[in-house]
Design a protein around this ligand. Sequence first.
Ligand code: BES
Ligand code: ZN
Length: 466
Amino acid sequence: MNIDAVLERVDRETGASLKQLKEYLRIPSISTDPAYTGEVRRCAGFVEKRLRAAGLDTEIVETAGHPLVYGEWLGAPGRPTVLFYGHYDVQPVDPLDEWRHDPFEPTVETGRRGERIVARGATDDKGQSFTHIKAVEALMLETGSLPVNVKFLIEGEEECGGEAIEAYVRSPAAERLGCDLALVSDTSMYGPGQPSVLYGLKGLLYTEVRVRGAARDLHSGTFGGAVANPLNALATMLARLRDPEDGRILIPGFYDDVRPLAAGERSAFAALPFDETKYGEEIGATALWGEAGYTTLERVWARPTCDVNGIWGGYQGPGAKTVIANRAGAKVSMRLVPDQEPDRIFRALAEHLRASAPPGIEVEVDHLNGAPPVLVDLEGPLVDAALMGVEEAWGRAPVRVREGGSIPIVSTLSGVLAAPVLLIGFGLSDDRLHAPNEKMDLVNFYQGIRTIVRVLDRVGSVDPGA
Ligand code: BES
Ligand code: ZN
């Protein structure tokens, strides 16, 4: 195969790739909001169209939730099979007034590292996963075939829990997903120009807590002091989740299944260049704070965390209103690490919250979504070949990193597929994922396409039976 010709084609066609990416980004595929169900489906149709244009056989797989898009090309018998995973859904866009442009009107801006495309989903995960499709298309158009067999599974519920793909991957229909290597691009690089391969993702437990006191709101003078105030109670309950001094989580049994950081891993983290001051400046934080006894990288990558994501209740209008509101609530999430199980942690959390509520306060805790944590093995000839392709593309060997975010299906894929799962992201930590003005640097988009071309070329030269 003439890989240079394929790479030249990628370079020649950056304009068309960008145009198609914009078309993709214009579809508001917000999976968590039922008002966008039709748009999510339209987005699945767009992905299917692009897979077909790349020469794959495709199918929209109906589920109990948003559809999955499946595609395959199996014209390389005896060669390895690569399964690509990505997600075409995006996060909500609020707060809307902080966007420089309409979040679904992708805009190319010039930033300090060159051009970038700004839109919801630019990096997470439309821009990143589109690199897979464009790489396969370039190979197919230039050479008439592919160096490997490929399968694509692209979901529309990653940002809201991913129940449909979970059921699918565990069903008999998933037999078709058999592969030698799975590839995911939905993560960030350690720094600009520094290719990275992830070997760990955190798990997640996301809950909603509601408290209720009297049957109605009460005058805070007439009744204040006579009953527990639901808002005070909620604040106390939340405060008791975490030690205010050392940042340890106080739920009994919470750390029982936490795999301690191995000495080798701690020294590997410590060997990575990391500037605490720059890190703080980049996010506009005046100080960093976390669990005592661990570095920032250790806290984010390998230690479990607990955060209130939202909180409500009582009077929030102008001026003063003297009232004891009768209900309040909060969204509480925990990022988990191996070998914590979301369901077990949920029970421990609910029990702890109930136990710290004062008399007269009714507590309800709902389990909204969850994802198990995962660590993958980066071993074997296919992984080595793929990482060689990454190195060729960037002129630099990828660093091995972990991540504080979650991709729910990765743990299931790594358990169900008898194949390694490679997480090679093309994002950056300043891409503002889930926030206003999400962006992806265009160099990383194009470089991502070239990387996948080289990875497939390298993987194609490995005998999958060996
Ligand atoms: N792409 C992210 C995960 C991620 C974030 C990887 C940052 C690397 C760096 C993914 O789409 C995501 O946001 N996942 C959710 C999952 C949750 C909603 C179940 C997350 O981590 O919050
Ligand atoms: Zn994502």
